[in-house]
Design a protein around this ligand. Structure first.
Ligand SMILES: NC(=O)c1ccc[n+]([C@@H]2O[C@H](COP(=O)([O-])OP(=O)(O)OC[C@H]3O[C@@H](n4cnc5c(N)ncnc54)[C@H](OP(=O)(O)O)[C@@H]3O)[C@@H](O)[C@H]2O)c1
Length: 283
């Protein structure tokens, strides 16, 4: 069994495995269970789920099935969009813990800063949610707390009432989409950037420049993407339900991309589309 040796360290000192296993669209039940079991067997120690993915139960079952000690794993979930606000957040967190059947969570994120359900009062709702996150963190129910899809203006607003700065912002970071303004802002606040959709939700495989790089390095396009993500200092979260791909996506610690190729991939603007505007999403 292969273990990734690489970790990032969050601003509160907690270590987080540098590649996480994505589970969006891994359907609850057999598909999600078997993919998470395959991932843990392949050596992943970091699993990314969310209330919105409806597969937390499967993640919990897979963790037990894997036989790996809970303490060796890093489990992330995210607060559902219609559960913002202090009371709702506390209740939703208990729901997650029940589904996962775990007694603590490693990382909990606010999934979106300005969902439809909070559109008229997203500032107050995020402040209430963050108060709940801080309480759960101080009570040691969660080892680290963070945000997802937040832009600087959402973070500035959150920091008006926060007493703990988020440790992570999980955003879409993939070839051609480096969101430099958000990344620079988060880094100035010591936040780690997690990269979601690192393979462009599967669209990257058609991009000719990536096919060329795959030939040049004799590595798969997925491996080039994940390597690019790591070399940019992001924490990639590749998703797959296919055992060979799951293994392949972790096998990226024995080669390096040249700086010019890292730049080339960063410059493939729009090759797999762009992220949604969090202030106009319709969910
Ligand atoms: N915070 C947020 O708002 C947010 C949003 C989106 C995603 N995320 C997180 O980020 C994770 C990853 O993003 P994503 O699910 O959007 O997509 P992704 O990881 O960019 O791409 C997944 C797609 O690539 C395919 N694939 C994976 N490895 C491959 C390989 N080695 N060769 C060929 N095809 C491969 C998968 O197919 P198969 O599965 O069929 O193998 C799937 O179709 C999510 O699962 C989720 O945990 C978070």
């Amino acid at each position: 069994m292969k273990n990734p040796t690489n970790f990032y360290t969050l601003s509160n000192g907690v270590e987080i495995p540098s590649i996480g296993f994505g589970t969006w669209q891994a359907h609850n039940g057999e598909v999600a269970i078997s993919s998470v079991v395959s991932a843990i067997e392949a050596g992943y120690r970091h699993i990314d789920t969310a209330q919105l993915y409806r597969n937390e139960e499967s993640v919990g079952i897979a963790v037990k099935k894997s036989g790996v000690d809970r303490k060796e794993l890093f489990i992330t979930s995210k607060l559902e969009n219609n559960e913002h606000g202090y009371e709702k957040t506390l209740a939703a967190f208990e729901g997650t813990m029940k589904k996962l059947d775990m007694d603590y969570l490693d990382l909990f994120l606010i999934h979106w800063p300005n969902p439809i359900a909070s559109r008229d009062q997203w500032q107050e709702d995020n402040a209430g949610t963050w108060k709940a996150f801080e309480e759960l963190y101080r009570a040691k129910r969660i080892r680290a707390i963070g945000i997802s899809n937040f832009h600087p203006h959402h973070i500035e607003e959150l920091l008006k009432t926060a007493t703990i700065v988020p440790m992570v912002n999980q955003i879409r970071l993939c070839p051609g989409e480096t969101q430099d303004e958000i990344v620079d802002y988060c880094r100035s606040k010591n936040m780690l950037l997690e990269a979601y959709s690192p393979l462009g939700v599967g669209k990257i495989f058609e991009v000719p420049e990536m096919q060329e790089l795959s030939k040049k390095y004799n590595r798969s396009i997925a491996q080039i993407c994940i390597r690019w993500s790591l070399q940019r200092g992001y924490l990639p979260l590749p998703k797959s339900v296919t055992p060979e791909r799951i293994k392949e996506n972790l096998d990226v610690f024995d080669f390096n991309l040249e700086d010019a190729d890292v730049q080339l991939i960063s410059n493939l603007k729009g090759c797999v589309g762009y992220s949604a505007n969090p202030d106009t999403i319709t969910f």
